[in-house]
Design a protein around this ligand. Sequence first.
Ligand SMILES: Cc1ncc(C[n+]2csc(CCOP(=O)(O)OP(=O)(O)O)c2C)c(N)n1
Ligand SMILES: [Mg+2]
Length: 649
Amino acid sequence: MRSQSPDTGRRNFLKSATIAGAAALTTPVVAGAQTPDATKTPKPDAKAAPPGPKQMAAETMPPQDAKDPVFQTTSGGDFMVDVFKTLDIDYLAMNCASSFRGLHEAVLNHGGNTKPEILTCPHEEIAVHMAQGYAKIEGKPMAMICHGVVGLQHASMALYNAWCDRVPVIAMGGNIMEANKRGPGAEWVHAAIDPAAMLRDFTKWDDQPTTLQHFAESAVRAYKICTTPPMAPVVLSLDGELQENPIKDPELLRIPKLGKVIPPQGDDAALAELAQMLVNAETPVLLVDRVARTPAGMARLVELAETLQCAVIDNVGRMNFPSRHPLNQSFRRGIIRQADVIVAMEVNELWGSLSEFDDRIVRTSHPITKKGAKIATLGCRDLYMKANYQDLGRYQEVDLNIAGDAEASLPTLIEQVKRLVDDGKKTAFAARGKKLAAAHAAAVEQAKSDATIGWDASPITTARMCAEVYAQIKDEDWSLVGATIRLTWPHKLWNFEKPHQWNGVSGGAGIGYNLPASLGAALANKRHGRFTLSFGGDGDFNFVPATLWTAAHHQIPMLYIIHNNRAYHQEYMYLQAMAARHGRSLAHTDIGTTLKDPHIDYATVARGFGVYGEGPISDPAELGPALKRAVAMVKSGYPALVDVVADPR
Ligand SMILES: Cc1ncc(C[n+]2csc(CCOP(=O)(O)OP(=O)(O)O)c2C)c(N)n1
Ligand SMILES: [Mg+2]
């Protein structure tokens, strides 16, 4: 059940700051001035003596009688909550810890558990991945907080995924900065002089504020930095004392204004040159990955493609282009070989898209582009880089590199292209578009026919699994989320036409993403009344299955279909290829790669977490009815899981 809002009356002295938005806050926020008990507030002493035994007992022991002794009526945490409110942060995903007990308590008792509302997550990786999935649907960041040292270690892989995926996440960790204030034991092993150090290679910015004013400025700065393309996670380390102690000089505190954040646009002259290249090309290809940051992105890309009547190949890092648009050639990648101009927009690893790579025998590769083909890039990638982690791909030779956000640059590019298209070009483009449309239609027909192969087989084919699911949800306002990238059937056969119908992949291919990131997306979809669904591997599910408890607890409707091939199948195949390469036995390659003996009963696991579960289903005839029941459960506002024993791929 969703947490009840606790009593907000105890310390609501910052109400004025709470109500104002960051943009509206032009006058200083006066904290504590109207507190009825202000006179009782102990004056914080710069040279504070260590707490005496009485205070220690009061802080660490449960109250002995009904009277809860009040030591202070303000806390730094209250002010921090007011800062979050001005930033319009809806949720604070967390796994609780004493290093941020001050802020935690303030969120509840000062903030009323709204903006942010706490999301209880049984693992820090869940919290970050929820934020990642949420941001890609809602278009704004969510905050997460955890135990500074150990919690951030758990959170780290998810932050890496968000980094590679160019998604904003505001991650925070509690810390006790002053050594003389740390209690023995956990407060020492859970403290660091620089908690964000281990994350610095894959986060965009971090800080450890030492005063409340410093916190306010850093929180607003963190928001601005993480939402400026290229977007990425940011980290704030929050001192426990800063959160817990009374506010010293409330009249001096001010929450700074955020202001509009405008993404960088490509240079006008360079975009005009790109337009020339595109208009004069015979077989141009637009290769796109994380172009659509907002719903406007898809419409702009459609306009450009239609003006040129050219092919679009979508790497599906975002909901860039409608799946059934006649110019969508994503499943005809071979056309890259014929392209005379390739324009890559927000493509992270361009070399990988323009080369053939084989590692089954020895690692070999060669370019697939036509000799003399002109290549241009438009994107933010090069505007912010780090050296250690290699999420950049091999160096790709390019003729024209335009630094700028693709979505923001598209209107200028479209305008330039339109200016160059005369009647002659229009006729030629129309003929080109007609051919592409025919090829698209043929590819869809081929996919439909391929999907019928093994229709009645058990385990169920992935094509049938996807078709049965689509039959149940196609009339809903659906949103397919999660990294179902290896499951290509939906993008081949479903009609993706709305910006929220897909939200990209994990970014860093760190598994454990799919379930919590889908839940974050489902949370964002919930307020819009959309039907969220996700396919996830069994291997992925087992990293953070307790995500289901968060789904049940916060009543987040989502249909989660486990593609249960009882294996880490990708790795199983790699291992078999390795044995084959060495001319050795394949007999033992199931060791370490499969999930059998015993089989995991995911429906029972789901029920254990309070989530409706169906399965395991291996008879294709049973799948439709099971899905129907699960869909009804989701439509009534609850999460549901269906375990489908399906083909490996
Ligand atoms: C954190 C992490 N550990 C291990 C891997 C290596 N890995 C890549 S795919 C995969 C298998 C995932 O299993 P599942 O989700 O069931 O998908 P399947 O391959 O069976 O379709 C593994 C272990 C990884 N990418 N990330
Ligand atoms: Mg699997």
